[in-house]
Design a protein around this ligand. Structure first.
Ligand code: PLP
Length: 273
């Protein structure tokens, strides 16, 4: 992506996500990637997590009208080229985001593309999206996604499909597209049987497969957020969804390569290579 012009207004993007007090995932990961990609990152916080490298021990959710207010006030003044969602915590927060997105023009077939990273749980298994929120995710948020980016655990929760091979990965992509997402990205990073990290992108017509080297490390905290943020930056720059994915996949692979140990648990991926 072209660097931000010094002293001039750069391309802007917004993350709608939760905080991680350990500085690894969520808003911290999103803003690191946006800054490094030369994009001015704006923030709508949805939830504050009490979190270190060993896991999440508490969550405080932000009132839905405060989440919507953060989005509205930024779009109407600063303007953004793309937005992404991460941890959304509750159905009421999802509903508020979907309503304000219609009002300010965020979502597929609208001026501002939207990357939906349907974060459901932390890598340690702590629930980051309430069970009652699944209907709002499926029926309201995914239908306005320019691209939805679930990992295989999230695919199972959202579609009921257990991805074990190429055929089931395709079936999941077809199902997510049928739910209304313009593009479905089924991330294969957790498909342990493969030496590669096969991602599948589908827009109702064409399947695009992207294979990348799998880097084996326990320090991959924030990898999903980093991929979605990098896609969001590329879309804000006007790239197509397939080109945004190619950019983001390189970005997250290098970020995982240069991840580092932190605390006693899982360290973060690192886009500062
Ligand atoms: N905490 C927050 C605020 C997040 O947004 C996420 C993931 O999106 C996580 C934790 C979980 O990250 P990981 O799957 O790397 O544990």
């Amino acid at each position: 992506l072209p660097p931000a012009p010094l002293g001039q207004t750069p391309v802007r993007a917004m993350t709608i996500a939760g905080t991680d007090s350990g500085g690894g995932a969520g808003v911290a990961a999103d803003l690191r990637t946006m800054a490094l990609a030369g994009v001015h990152g704006c923030v709508a916080v949805t939830a504050v997590t009490v979190q270190n490298t060993l896991g999440v021990s508490g969550v405080h959710t932000i009132p839905p009208e405060t989440v919507a207010g953060q989005i509205r006030t930024v779009v109407t003044d600063i303007g953004i080229g793309a937005a992404k969602t991460g941890m959304l915590a509750t159905g009421a927060i999802i509903d508020a985001i979907v309503d304000v997105a219609a009002e300010v023009g965020i979502g597929r077939d609208r001026p501002i593309p939207l990357v939906v990273d349907p974060v459901c749980a932390s890598m340690h298994g702590h629930q980051l999206l309430a069970t009652e929120a699944m209907d709002s995710l499926r029926e309201r948020l995914i239908p306005i996604a320019t691209v939805v980016t679930p990992n295989l655990d999230e695919v199972a929760l959202i579609t009921g499909i257990t991805v074990v091979d190429e055929d089931t990965q395709r079936a999941a992509a077809i199902e997510l597209h049928a739910m209304g997402a313009q593009w479905a990205l089924v991330k294969g990073g957790h498909l342990r049987s493969s030496p590669f990290s096969p991602d599948l992108l589908y827009d109702g017509e064409t399947f695009l497969e992207l294979d990348h080297e799998r880097i084996d490390t326990p320090h991959d905290h924030g990898a999903g957020d980093t991929l979605a943020s990098a896609m969001c930056c590329a879309l804000a720059h006007g790239l197509s969804v397939p080109d945004a994915l190619r950019f983001a996949k390189d970005w997250v692979t290098e970020s995982i390569r240069w991840s580092y140990p932190l605390g006693a648990g899982h360290g973060p991926v690192n886009p500062l290579w």
